[in-house]
Design a protein around this ligand. Sequence first.
Ligand code: FE
Length: 359
Amino acid sequence: MSHKVNKMACGTFCACLTLSFASVFFGTALAQQSGAVINVYSARHYPTDEALYSDFTKLTGIQIKRVDADDAGILTRLKAEGSASPADVILLVDAARLWRAEIDGQFLPIQSKVLEQAIPENLRAKRSDSGGISWFGLSTRARVIVYDKMKFKKSDIDTYEKLADSQFKGKLCIRSGSHPYNLSLFGAMIEHLGPQQTEIWLKGLVNNMARNPVGGDTDQIKGVASGECAVAITNTYYLGRLMRSNNPAEKMLAEKVGVIFPNQASWGTHLNIAGGAVAKNSKNMENAIKFLEYLASASAQNHFANGNNEWPAAKGVSFDNPALKAMSGGHFKSEVLPVSAVGMNQIKVQQMLDRVGFR
Ligand code: FE
């Protein structure tokens, strides 16, 4: 079991807890509630999450009714439903999206000692009206560089800044700049480099593109594996999925590319989160918070790691995922930025993308 996960989640080395959080909070403290239901609106697009929901019901007796949609679909639905909305919990992927929903007024403040103890401060967001905590990150993913091992070596491309070097002209594959994963990465770059340097860097990325941005992160990995490009950016769980695939062709894609956790000698690799909040019009706030607390428990956190190749967000959780270990060498340095600040930069980023012609 790796005990090193929290090095990247909270920026410090944390000892492994052997105590099962779930048994403390759900095995004994909670009576089974028959007939109770919560409505979860989820933008998590991972089929492996099914077990998460059924385990919660087993532990608590609380049924989950799930609405799956993308983030825009969830927000549109919440607005259309207004005060009649049955939503209790909202799960979104990426800090940029959570920030947008929060300023839209879609969340209730969360009061939970359990969540505050479990989730590091930089992975949660205070409300913009300063009335408590708006949402909690529940899992993390790193945004890494994949490269053609035949054409380049690791030291050629060990920082995000180097992606703009002229040696990569016509060699970079990247999904749309406006996708939340990139909005958050670029928002973090503003925190590290300042707006002026970030815009110059973004212009460099545009100059280096092998093709117009197309597809998702897996398509960028495929682009490197096929030789269409030599460097690309992806979230780690897409790579983990290929590495652990039962399909030999998918496994081969992962074997063809090298992976770099950028900026180990400076601020660390960019991390993003998937997180949860309580819906503004929830009529089951207590059970909604119980569900979020469950998602921060050791067993649920393990599920994020083993089921979807994400790193746990909660402190002191151990997990065993060979792909995550193999790609990172067991541990790596991650940036420690408040994820909420990164979300806030997205309007600035979008304006820069328009100016530099990054689609
Ligand atoms: Fe994704």
